[in-house]
Design a protein around this ligand. Sequence first.
Ligand code: MG
Length: 311
Amino acid sequence: MPGAAPSDAVILFDGSSLAAWRGREGAAPAQWVVRDGYMEAAPGVGAIQTAAPLGDIQLHIEWATPTPPKGRGQGRGNSGVILMGRYEVQVLDSYDNATYADGQAGALYGQYPPLVNAARRPGEWQVYDIVFRGPRWNATGTLTRPARVTVFHNGVLVQDHASLWGGTAWLRPAPYEPHAARAPLVLQDHSNPVRYRNIWVRALPDEPAMAPRAGEATDAHAVSAAQMARYVGTYRAEGSDSCRVIRMPDGTLGLQLFDRPDTMPIVSTPDGTFTFRYTGGRVQFTPGTTSAALRLDVSIAEVERSYLKVP
Ligand code: MG
C-alpha cells in the first residue's frame, strides 16, 4: 500500500467525512455510510459525486468488495469510479468471478478489458491509481483528442494510456458529446455495499505541446524564404564561442552550437521566435538594418548567450 497523499494532492475522502461529496444531482448531501475510516455504498441511495468538478487528474482510490461474496458476475461487488461522470473504471469483485472481459475490475467499462486480472480477495483493500486526461474539442465541437486513461490496479498496470471511444455504457454506443473541461467524479451505486477509502487527486497541468514536425515550420508560421536565407551564417559571441545557422536538407533551419559539430533543428513558433525540435530552448533572431547587425539570442540547457552575425 502506498503511503500518505503527496503534498499537492486534494483529499477527497480521509475516512471521516463526506464533506467533499454530494448526491448524484450535485445538490443534496451524499448519503453513503461512513464508518471505521471508510465510506460504503448504501444500496438504493444512488451514486455520489464530488462537490468540485475535476479535469485532468491523477487519482488514488482504495476500495473493497463485500465479504463473504454475494451474487455472481456483474452482481458481485459492483461499483465504479466514473471519471467526469461519463467514463467508468469498473469496480467489481473479480476474484474467482467470471464475467465478460470488459466488465471485470480494471476494465474501462464496455470498451477495454484490463491487461491482466490483478484482483485481491473480497474484503481486502485494493488500490486504483488512475491517470486521466479528458477529451478535447475544438471551437466547432469536433473531437480533437479522445479521453485517455491509465490504470494501475494494486500496483499492476491494467490500462495503458487507453483512448476511449466515448462514454462507457452497457450494450449502447455512446459517442462523445462535447462537455465541460471539468466535471464531478462519480462513484457508482450498483446495489452492492462496496467500500472506499483514502481518495485523493492531483490536478494535472496541460501536457507540453510538441514542437512542430519537420516541414511544419514554414507552413505554420510566417518566416519568409528571404528571412531564412538571411539567418544562415556564422555567429560569434563577444570573446567566446561561435555558432552556425545552416539550411537543413528539408529547407528548415539548424543550429550548430558551442563549436560542436551536431546540428540541432530549430522550428519557428507563432510568436516569431524559434524553438528546438527535440529539446527545450529558445532561439531568437533580432534583425538589424544590415547583416552585421543581426543578433542571435540562444537559451538552452542553462546557457543564455547572445551572438552577432559575422559579416
Ligand atoms: Mg460498475
